[in-house]
Write a protein that binds this ligand. Structure first.
Ligand SMILES: [Zn+2]
Length: 290
C-alpha cells in the first residue's frame, strides 16, 4: 500500500499536469469502487475546472470549481494514471514489474479501470485490481469531515511534540500499532513505522505508555526525518509500488530494516528479524531496538 511519501509524490506529479484543466467526459465503470451513478458524476463534474489536489494522510482530494470534490483512496492496489497523448504519469500499486504497460494492467482503458475522467488535453484513470479503493464525490463540508477522521498530520506545522506525546498516555497497545493507527497519526504504514522505530532504537512490541520521554522526543524527530527523506527520493521501491512518473521510487536502497529479514544490521552487524506485531509483518533488530 502506498504510504504518505508515495501518495504525496503522486499528488505533486498530478498537480503539475492537471491544474486548470476542464472535465469533458466521465466514465463510471465500477459501482463498488466508484460511489454514485454516472449521472451524478456528470452533473457534478462536467465543465468543472480542477483547482487543487490536497492530501490528508493517504487520502487524496481533487478540488474543482463550484465546490465539487473527488476523494480518492488507493488502499492496497489502486493506481492513478494520467495519459496525455503518448505521455503517462502513473502512481500507486503496479500490477506487474515486467514493463510499464503491464504495470498498469495493459493498454488503457483496461478491465481494472474503474473511473475515467477526460479532461481537455488528457485522461485520468483510476485503476484498482482488488477493488479495496474508492472514489467519491463530496463538497467542502464533506472534505472537512473526512479530514477529521485522521489524527496528527506529520510534515505540517500542526505536528507538535506535545500532541505527539499525548498519544501515548494510557495506551497499552504496542508502539507499532499506535503508529499505524490512522486516527492517531496519519500517513504511516508498515515501511515507515518499521524504519522509524529502528532509527529510534525502540522495540516495536513495547507498550506505548511505557516509552520514556526521551524516546518519544527521538521518535518524533525521526518520523519527520524519515518521511522527508522518502519524499525527496520519490518514495520506496518494493514489489508493489511505482511512482507517478511510472518510475520506481528510489528510497528502497535507504531502508535499514524493512524487507531485510535475515540480513545484517547496518549498526551492530547482528541479524534483522521479522516477527508479527499488531497482525503485521514487522522488521527490527533485536540488539539495537530495546
Ligand atoms: Zn542492530
Amino acid at each position: 500500500m502506498p504510504e504518505l511519501p508515495e501518495v504525496e509524490t503522486i499528488r505533486r506529479d498530478l498537480e503539475k499536469f492537471l491544474i486548470g484543466k476542464k472535465v469533458e467526459k466521465i466514465r463510471v465503470e465500477d459501482s463498488k469502487v466508484v460511489i454514485g451513478s454516472k449521472k451524478t458524476w456528470e452533473k457534478a463534474l462536467l465543465d468543472k475546472e480542477l483547482e487543487q489536489i490536497q492530501r490528508r494522510g493517504k487520502l487524496l482530494a481533487f478540488l474543482f470549481t463550484g465546490d465539487v470534490y473527488i476523494l480518492i483512496h488507493l488502499k492496497m492496489t489502486g493506481q492513478l494514471i494520467y495519459q496525455q497523448k503518448s505521455h503517462l504519469v502513473a502512481g500507486g500499486h503496479p500490477f506487474s514489474r515486467k514493463s510499464q504497460e503491464e504495470a498498469i494492467g495493459g493498454s488503457l482503458p483496461n478491465k481494472f479501470s474503474r473511473l475515467i475522467i477526460e479532461f481537455n488535453g488528457g485522461k485520468l484513470f483510476f485503476n484498482d485490481i482488488r477493488r479495496f479503493g474508492y472514489a467519491k464525490l463530496t463538497d467542502d463540508k464533506g472534505w472537512e469531515k473526512a479530514k477529521e477522521k485522521f489524527g496528527l498530520e506529520p510534515l505540517t506545522k500542526n505536528f507538535k511534540l506535545k500532541d505527539f506525546k499525548a498519544l501515548f498516555t494510557n495506551r497499552k497497545a504496542p508502539i507499532k500499532a499506535v503508529l499505524l493507527n490512522q486516527s492517531l497519526i496519519a500517513g504511516l504504514g508498515n515501511i515507515y513505522v518499521d524504519e522509524s522505530l529502528f532509527f529510534s532504537g525502540i522495540d516495536p512490541r513495547r507498550k506505548a505508555f511505557k516509552l520514556k520521554d526521551k524516546e518519544k522526543d527521538r521518535l518524533f524527530q525521526v518520523i519527520v526525518k524519515v518521511l522527508k527523506q522518502a519524499i525527496s527520493k520519490r518514495g520506496t521501491t518494493f514489489s508493489n509500488y511505482r511512482d507517478s512518473q511510472g518510475e520506481k521510487g528510489n528510497f528502497s536502497s535507504q531502508l535499514k530494516v524493512y524487507g531485510r529479514e535475515g540480513e545484517k544490521c547496518f549498526k551492530c552487524n547482528g541479524l534483522v528479524e521479522k516477527i508479527k506485531v499488531a497482525g503485521r509483518g514487522t522488521h527490527f533488530c533485536p540488539k539495537c531496538q530495546k
